[in-house]
Design a protein around this ligand. Structure first.
Ligand code: UDX
Length: 428
């Protein structure tokens, strides 16, 4: 098949490269010439394991990038993968996606045979009929040959390529059997190698599945954090408790790690967006509001643990880990941000360390110290807060002996050494 993918950000680049790898001919369309050139050179504009290899193999062959929408009418299906960032009230900003939807409709204005435009971007259910369908049809003079579908993605940063290749499920939100069939054709080569259930539904339900999926996972973590905070107050180990409840297969053992909470580009944005969308129709989603509230609370609980041993004012406090999770330099909504804010507001001198994310964080906090290693950050420190579970932190040992006061607050349960230091687990 010939597939056009509009938008070459994180999702667009990943699916374009993976579609090409499935054997399709792919045209990646982006307004940014630099991104287009990078893709045509066979390089990824983002860091994601496996992506560079796929692009090196397929760029210039099955994958071409361009700024022009000319390829759209000749393709069999078009995927819209444009970012939907958060507005201040938590709702999503559809402007860039709407513009791309209109440009796609314009490009299809003279096409008379059926064409499927599939939304990959995360959008709330009401925005499909209210904003996106009209945008796609406006450009095409209400060309009813165009059908709109929704195919949400569930990729995790750091494993996006394998998540694409080995999905737990595929969700096809369409308005006709023809469109469902077309999506089956797109994913057929994948399903030949990997058996995954395909959920066939309408576009709005498909979009709600995406929000429900992420809201459920974020709420699961907030629930274990809430229970974990209670465990800490009772002097109990939340991990011992969660290991036991995870044996109930209705609960499952995954996503039960309590600590300083969730960050990243998806959970915060999506949970806030579905709350805002619910409030817009006068429904207050109490559990989801609590999910956000508990997450906001965890960084402060870290500070409270620290302050039960050290006064942060004028103290040197090491912050270990800045990325929102290990194996990425992404700091979007990282828990390190509220942790550093809270330390600074209490007059602490922050010495931060992360194996890859320090550069990113230095734009946000230009005035703190960025240490070259965990050992440098810990040297002479009066306390340490462990925010990201990088593997290398589990090996820290005598580095703690160089601290002025060896108070270590672990927000991820990744520090192995417990003896000879004052060790506080956040929920254990
Ligand atoms: C997530 C979803 O997993 C993915 O399906 C969706 O498409 C995008 O959002 P991602 O943001 O890449 O993916 O990260 P993920 O590995 O899910 O972790 C999210 C956050 O939750 C991280 O900050 C992580 O540290 C935290 N987390 C995860 C916990 O605190 N405890 C856990 O048990 C699991």
């Amino acid at each position: 098949m010939h597939i056009t993918v509009i938008g070459s950000g994180y999702v667009g680049t990943t699916i374009a490269a993976c579609f090409a790898d499935l054997g399709h001919e792919v045209t990646a369309i982006d307004i940014d010439e630099e991104i287009v050139n990078t893709l045509n050179d066979g390089r990824a504009p983002i860091t994601e394991p496996g992506l560079d290899d796929l692009l090196e193999t397929h760029a210039g062959d099955r994958l071409t990038a361009t700024t022009s929408y000319d390829a759209v009418p000749d393709s069999d299906v078009t995927f819209l993968a444009i970012g939907t960032p958060s507005n201040n009230d938590g709702s999503i900003d559809l402007s860039a996606l709407e513009a791309a939807a209109e440009a796609t409709g314009d490009a299809l204005a003279n096409k008379t045979d059926r064409h499927l435009v599939v939304i990959k971007s995360t959008v709330t259910p009401p925005s499909i009929p209210a904003t996106l369908e009209p945008a796609i049809h406006s450009g095409a003079n209400e060309n009813d040959a165009i059908e709109v579908g929704m195919n949400p993605e569930f990729l995790r940063e750091g494993s996006a390529v394998t998540d694409f290749q080995q999905p737990d499920k595929l969700v096809f939100g369409t308005q006709s059997e023809w469109a469902t069939e077309r999506l089956h054709n797109v994913f057929e080569p994948l399903l030949e190698h990997h058996d995954a259930p395909v959920v066939e539904t309408d576009p709005e339900t498909a979009s709600m599945i995406k929000y429900a999926n992420n809201a459920f996972l974020a709420s699961k973590i907030s629930l274990v954090n809430d229970l974990g905070n209670i465990c800490k107050e009772f002097d109990l180990d939340a991990y011992e408790v969660m290991d036991a409840i995870g044996l109930d297969d209705r609960i499952s053992e995954r996503f039960l790690r309590s600590g300083v909470g969730w960050g990243g580009s998806c959970f915060p944005k999506d949970v806030n967006a579905i709350i805002a969308a619910a409030q817009a129709v006068d429904y207050d989603p109490a559990v989801l509001e609590g999910t956000v509230e508990v997450n906001d609370r965890q960084p402060n609980r870290m500070l409270e643990c620290l302050m039960s041993h050290v006064n942060p004012e004028d103290a040197r406090i090491a912050v270990l880990g800045l990325a929102f999770k290990p194996n990425t330099d992404d700091i979007r909504n990282s828990r390190a941000i509220p942790v550093i804010d809270a330390l600074q507001s209490r007059g602490a001198n922050v010495a931060a360390y992360d194996p890859v994310a320090a550069d990113e964080m230095s734009h946000k906090f230009p005035d703190i110290e960025y240490a070259e290693s965990a050992a440098d950050a810990l040297e002479g420190a009066d306390g340490a807060l462990v925010v990201t579970d990088w593997d290398e932190f589990s090996e820290l040992d005598e580095e703690f002996d160089a601290m002025a006061t060896p108070v270590v607050v672990d927000g991820r349960r990744c520090i192995e050494r417990r003896n000879g230091i004052i060790y506080e687990g956040l929920t254990w």
